[in-house]
Write a protein that binds this ligand. Structure first.
Ligand SMILES: Nc1ncnc2c1ncn2[C@@H]1O[C@H](COP(=O)(O)OP(=O)(O)OP(=O)(O)O)[C@@H](O)[C@H]1O
Ligand SMILES: [Mg+2]
Length: 251
């Protein structure tokens, strides 16, 4: 078996630029790192690029330029399929839109990462029944222990319930990095606190990158980072106006 790659940093971003296909520059991040095992709370206004940054770190989006090294893997130099493999093996991701498979039930959704990664399945348990037990245990810890509910398709769940299934799916199989984009937006205060405590205790030694508009949740984390302190798209935009775009009086 190939040895796991090791690096001192979990995430190492240098001179990252990300522009959408329409040319809009969403990210211009000179330097951003996450230590292994660090719990980081990322904050910023709507549209400031949080989900885009998480997408680059998760390997969903390739940097337009610059470097994004994640768990020792140079994502800027890897094809999408290789980035997908790293995500399947070693990351748990709760996307802002959850991305549950609507016709699968709760346990089947939680076990999806094990279908994509044998390594991950083996970390959960030696047999399918052991893995189902672990999925049920995670769901139960997140307050979804109603047996009647467990067999319902995800499409029939409330938004808050879907968020918790997505969290259980992210946690299964001991990922090294957990990325959670607004995972508590539909939860009431009490469920939210249980959710964060469960997420962080189940994450064990994993690094956690957590996005929320709710600043009160930052108390659970090691470090708070504001997007405006790391993402300088506006400055970059001004600096990058080509000279021939200026009128003769300005040039
Ligand atoms: N698929 C896309 N194609 C083109 N532009 C996009 C796309 N997704 C997002 N954007 C743009 O990228 C910028 C950053 O969006 P992003 O979703 O990263 O913000 P955000 O900080 O996560 O916001 P929110 O708090 O509302 O979730 C926005 O200006 C948005 O309009
Ligand atoms: Mg977002």
């Amino acid at each position: 078996m190939r040895p796991e790659k090791t690096t001192a940093l979990c995430v190492d971003i240098q001179n990252l630029e990300y522009a959408w296909t329409n040319g809009e520059r969403a990210l211009s991040v000179r330097h951003f790192t996450i230590q292994q095992g660090e719990r980081l709370f990322l904050q910023g206004p709507s549209g400031s690029g949080k989900s885009t940054l998480l997408g680059v770190i998760a390997g969903v989006f390739a940097p337009t330029s610059g470097e994004a090294t994640v768990l020792g893997n140079p994502f800027h130099a890897m094809p999408a399929a290789a980035r997908d493999r790293v995500r399947a093996d070693a990351m748990g991701v709760v996307f802002q839109q959850f991305n549950l498979v609507p016709y699968l039930n709760l346990v089947e959704n939680v076990l999806l990462p094990c279908r994509f990664s044998r390594r991950r399945a083996e970390r959960v348990g030696p047999s399918e029944s052991a893995r189902i037990n672990k999925a049920q245990e995670l769901l139960s810890r997140l307050g979804l222990d109603d047996e009647a509910q467990a067999n319902r398709p995800a499409a029939e769940l409330s938004v808050g319930q879907q968020q918790r299934v997505a969290a259980a799916r992210a946690l299964i199989g001991s990922p090294s990095l957990i990325i959670a984009d607004e995972p508590t937006s539909a939860l009431d205060a009490e469920t939210r606190d249980t959710f964060i405590e469960t997420l962080l205790s189940e994450a064990r030694n994993a690094a956690v990158l957590f996005v929320s508009h709710d600043a009160s949740l930052s108390r659970h984390f090691d470090r708070l980072v504001a997007m405006e302190n790391i993402n300088f798209t506006q400055d970059q935009h001004v600096l990058s106006i080509p000279e021939d775009a200026l009128s003769p009086a300005e040039a």
